[in-house]
Ligand binder design. Sequence first.
Ligand SMILES: [Zn+2]
Ligand SMILES: [Zn+2]
Length: 171
Amino acid sequence: MRIDISEIIKTPGAKIAIDETGTIEDINDIYGLISVTGPVVFKGSLININGILSLNGKALCTYETQCDICGEKITSKLQTDIDEDLIKEQTENINDDQFVYKDNYLVLDKILSDIIVLNLPMSHRCSDKCGIICSGCGKPVTGTRCGCKDEQPIDPRLAVLKKLINDDTEN
Ligand SMILES: [Zn+2]
Ligand SMILES: [Zn+2]
């Protein structure tokens, strides 16, 4: 994803809209745990603030991973806000943490992949119930079921409520 920034780099205050979609190879395999295989979408704007380019917008991608508890494959979406200042690349005083632009082009891939990696959740469960011990059969629920055919275990927050109601009726 290469953006032509020639229109704005010489004019403080100049702004361009960006609406780009592309695949980023760097994030096909993140720590062997998460894979962003589909295209990454970025929508936003780039504005020249006295030579610093301010990138604002949202990145959206779909990723694949697996449930930490049962190993079931999960496909999930990540949408993340982006608000970064980009400086002109210089040969000296280069700070690795700073995103840069060079000449008349800005390459979005590195910026997007870094921000996506930072914002991906590192733990995943296929469902809220996965791993909870079923009150019916005493087995952990994995995937969407526990093995017993009765109702699925109730949400612990609801269990508290239910207990309160029961206590109330006993009094
Ligand atoms: Zn699971
Ligand atoms: Zn059960």
